[in-house]
Design a binder for this molecule. Sequence first.
Ligand SMILES: Cc1ncc(C[n+]2csc(CCOP(=O)(O)OP(=O)(O)O)c2C)c(N)n1
Ligand code: SF4
Length: 421
Amino acid sequence: MDRSRLAHTQVKDIQLLEPLFEFSGACAGCGETPYIKLLTQLFGDRLYIANATGCSSIYGGNLPTTPYTVNKSGRGPTWSNSLFEDNAEFGLGMRLALNQQKTYAEELLVRLTPIIGEVLVTAVLTARQTTETEIEAQRERVRLVRERLAAADLKGGPLQNVVDPSDVRSLLAIADSLVRKSVWMVGGDGWAYDIGFGGLDHVLGSGQNVKVLVLDTETYSNTGGQMSKATPRGAVAKFAAGGKTNAKKDLAMEAVAYGSVYVARVAMGGSDAQTVKAFQEAEAYDGPALIIAYSHCIAHGYDLAYGMEQQKNAVLSGYWPLMRYNPMLREEGKNPFQLDSRAPSIPLKEYSYHEARYTMLARSHPEVAKKLLMEAQDDVEREWRVYSGRAAMAGRSETPNIAPPQKDEDVVALGKSKDAH
Ligand SMILES: Cc1ncc(C[n+]2csc(CCOP(=O)(O)OP(=O)(O)O)c2C)c(N)n1
Ligand code: SF4
């Protein structure tokens, strides 16, 4: 199926996009893998993944086998695993290296105009690469560039002494960097909320075009389910045998605080359409983006055949509000904070008490479980008030009503008055 003929925003069309992730060794019904499969369907062989150690790196790189595969052109996602404590930095390195390669390829392209031809050089340098069709057109241009470079006779004729043969070799090696790439840092909550958080925060603050996918299972799943800062209040986990006594950290709102980071909370079982929208918007945003994806896991203690149903309950109870924060909307004068789910319509208990991580406490310490459940219900309501308040703000009301300086002299005068103090 020709990728450029499918609507990449429509869930039904996306089903027809070839996944480049298959036959992983994850637990049956794992809630993480559908997001990775989607990532490969949407961004295909343009995808670069920096994978933090965790379940996703183990089922993603069970070497010498790998569930990542190639398309009919023989190309697949670029994948590498890094440490738990530096994966965001590792992914940022991938981005910076790609940027550098692209800049160098553009330089070479210009130098090799006598071979490639001015029209093609200009077309490559000015190509828009936002849609699949545009990206396909750029691939075709790069293919032509390669063809012309490979066919050039540098040993005699008019090109001798005009171009440097080493430039030709270099451009042949890195020409692919002229096609837009999508760099994603992927990992669990243990990585993103806890151990790799410093690095994650650093890359979110970097302004670079990097994407982060947090597969939030709410525990360190790969090592047997230890508590992380993503573990919810009242859930039993290792190191929280009596139920976690404080609330889950709101990583989304921490990132929203930057104002310049695209942020989304998604749950595929709550809304597949919202999940797809968030992935597409995050990728299209020319800056850092963070997607926090609710991922059910065997550590939650129930039959994962009901995983998507539980995701839906998480959204209906307000435990997992679906939101998107798109800084691009602010530029249009609109409120960047969008709430994609409705006000809680079922009590938290109707969601959480389907899972053994909560019910085991209710059986062993009913009084403690009751208290934690009440507090957790309170957390949900408090969070809903914050989110719905943000979503209800008028676009411009985010901007303080202060007139900007009118003239250059005003700015100079302000500078002077500051110096005087
Ligand atoms: C610094 C460090 N500490 C501990 C480990 C052992 N370890 C490997 S995977 C893992 C759990 C990862 O949890 P999370 O990031 O939540 O990902 P998940 O497995 O849930 O997908 C741990 C603790 C490690 N690799 N590095
Ligand atoms: S432990 Fe959880 S996150 Fe890891 S593979 Fe199994 S279901 Fe998926």
